[in-house]
Design a protein around this ligand. Structure first.
Ligand code: TXA
Ligand code: MG
Length: 295
């Protein structure tokens, strides 16, 4: 898809969906997103689409926005981890859309990585994650967005943000006004799949605005938004990845997971990530960086 590569199965077939959980090593309390080829297919899966969600769909589908709505009973429990709701999105990538159309069924698809690991943004990343298990990888080129979809729901009054992602909070707020962030008060349930540790490289990683390698740290990598970012003496680091040429958060999001993978392959003792501004796509980038660095 335009966000990350996914591992897809017929969303209406529990046995097919079970194979996704098995292959990923994913716990079954973590629900999947169901992908549809067109907007109208949403109503084959959910009981309602309230007005604010409808507005968001009108503006952002096809695109990196998943909506969580009360599900119809034909959606298997395994897809939703037994929740009364299901997350649905219509991806904006010709290959993904064509695949769903040809399949003739909605496709449940998590990111195509082993559980907890870095999400794949190229076909090669998927091959590395599943060297033997997968028969077919559809290569749609590098993902243009590079971070997963924004996941939103609705509590009857407010739109709730479950996961920051490819559609910015600013753009959503422009459409529907005030938004609640899930899990920040007792009334908004947090999203079950949003674990503290996620998207993680094997190399230990920390987020710090200023930290430089210490004397006893041999091989330290730096992950930073752009060259111009202070305070950094490049010679102090064994490897450096800049996420963008000029500080563009959009470019940084598209490069994030591939850059994390490259650093992870360098036998480093530590990766230091510089924080990025928490606006626009920076919110999703910081979400992924904090989970990647949680231990
Ligand atoms: O961009 C994306 O969304 C990618 C591509 C492949 O479409 N998919 C993706 O799926 O990121 P996955 O499985 O890695 O993340 C799905 C997350 C879950 O972990 C959970 O946080 C949230 O979506 N989710 C799914 N169903 C939910 C529900 N009923 N209520 C709340 N959150 C839900
Ligand atoms: Mg994932």
């Amino acid at each position: 898809t335009e966000t990350v590569y996914g591992l897809a199965a017929n969303a209406l077939d529990s046995v097919a969906v079970a194979k996704i959980f098995e292959l990923k090593g994913r716990p079954t309390f973590d629900p999947l997103i169901v992908h549809v080829a067109k907007r109208d297919d949403l109503l084959n899966l959910v009981t309602e689409d309230p007005r604010p969600i409808k507005r968001l769909i009108d503006r952002f589908w096809p695109g990196p926005l998943s909506v969580v709505l009360p599900r119809l009973s034909l959606v298997p429990d395994l897809v939703t981890s037994g929740l009364p709701s299901v997350a649905v999105r219509c991806p904006d990538h010709p290959v993904a859309r064509r695949l769903i159309e040809e399949a003739g069924v909605p496709l449940a698809a998590p990111s195509a990585n082993r559980f907890g690991r870095i999400s794949p943004t190229t076909a090669e990343h998927v091959r590395e994650q599943f060297p033997e298990a997968l028969a077919t990888i559809l290569d749609g080129g590098p993902c243009e967005v590079g971070v997963e979809s924004t996941v939103v729901g609705f509590d009857g009054t407010h739109v709730i943000l479950y996961r920051p992602g490819g559609i910015t909070l600013e753009a959503i707020a422009e459409e529907v006004g005030e938004i609640k962030v899930a899990g920040t008060d007792d009334k908004t349930p947090s999203s079950p799949g949003q674990l503290t540790q996620h998207y993680a490289p094997r190399t230990p990683m920390i987020i710090s605005a200023e930290r430089l390698p210490k004397a006893d740290e041999n091989r330290v990598g730096l992950l930073a938004l752009a060259k111009s970012e202070p305070p950094t003496d490049p010679s102090a680091f064994a490897e450096i990845e800049f996420l963008s040429q000029d500080g563009s958060l959009r470019e940084a999001a598209a490069n994030l997971f591939a850059a994390m993978r490259r650093l992870d392959e360098q036998d480093l003792d530590l990766i230091i990530a510089r924080p990025v501004p928490e606006r626009d796509l920076g919110l999703a980038i910081m979400d992924r960086l904090s989970r990647a660095s949680a231990r």
